[in-house]
Design a protein around this ligand. Structure first.
Ligand code: ZN
Length: 244
């Protein structure tokens, strides 16, 4: 089985479609594991939910998914994110709202725990530093954790005596050795923030127990034109150029 692991699509349908086309060109996939934030920031929230739901998939809840339906408060959002969130809320169908409402905070699938933010605080916590990762290794029981939220492709490792390392995600990670537990962030599909504007995702090949990381260029200008038409904040439109 091959799993497409996608995080932070953020209503960016053009990026989402480019990623799916890229995976198809690499031999396709059997199932999507989505790490939350399907919506928020971008111009096509309903279409992104609909496209995700057209595939066999699982998905955990992101902060933007629940803020858009009023399940959590937007008071922690910056003004541009809050404005986009209010706009997003008006675009959702009743079925979209039901779907987002029922997303779980955490999923355990075989050797993997799936969360949006972190195992300790699945909705809100950003995992960027070694100290944050070190604390979080004790909040999940599986060998591996998949997390999104920071929009930065990263890997944290913990060896048997508890030493932790942090690194950029390599092109290929073999999971056959159980010497290290790992927390893997595939990077963001719809709003990358590591300085590279290309969409980021990983494939997990269950047969070879290997994770492959890919970047995909997409028509950023097309998404930006749609955002202008929707009256979304200019800061959110411009940041797509820089991946910041
Ligand atoms: Zn996000």
């Amino acid at each position: 089985m091959r799993y497409a692991i996608l995080a932070d699509i953020h209503s960016n349908l053009v990026a989402f479609q480019a990623v799916l086309a890229n995976i198809e060109a690499r031999g396709g996939f059997d199932e999507i594991w989505c790490l939350g934030d399907i919506v928020g920031y971008g111009p096509e929230p309903h279409a992104c939910i609909e496209l995700l739901r057209s595939y066999k998939h699982v998905c955990v809840a992101g902060n933007h998914d629940w803020a858009a339906i009023g399940k959590i408060d937007v008071s922690d959002f910056n003004p541009a994110a809050a404005r986009a969130c209010r706009w997003t809320a008006q675009q959702l169908t009743n079925q979209d709202i039901d779907y987002l409402q029922n997303l779980p905070e955490k999923l355990v699938l075989g050797d993997f725990t799936l969360v949006h933010g972190s195992p300790r605080h699945p909705i809100w916590e950003y995992l960027l530093s070694i100290s944050e990762a070190r604390d979080n290794f004790s909040y999940f029981d599986t060998s591996f954790c998949l997390a999104g939220h920071s929009h930065v492709p990263l890997v944290f490792g913990q060896d048997k005596v508890g030493n932790c390392i942090r690194g950029g995600i390599p092109n290929e990670i073999r999971l056959t050795s159980r010497d290290n537990r790992l927390i893997i962030n595939p990077g963001g599909v719809g709003q990358p923030r590591d300085g590279d504007p290309m969409a980021s995702y990983v494939i997990y090949d269950g047969d070879t127990q290997t994770i492959f990381h890919y970047r995909v260029s997409y028509n950023i200008a097309s998404t930006q034109r749609k955002m202008i038409d929707c009256g979304l904040p200019s800061s959110l439109i411009l940041r797509l150029n820089y991946g910041r």
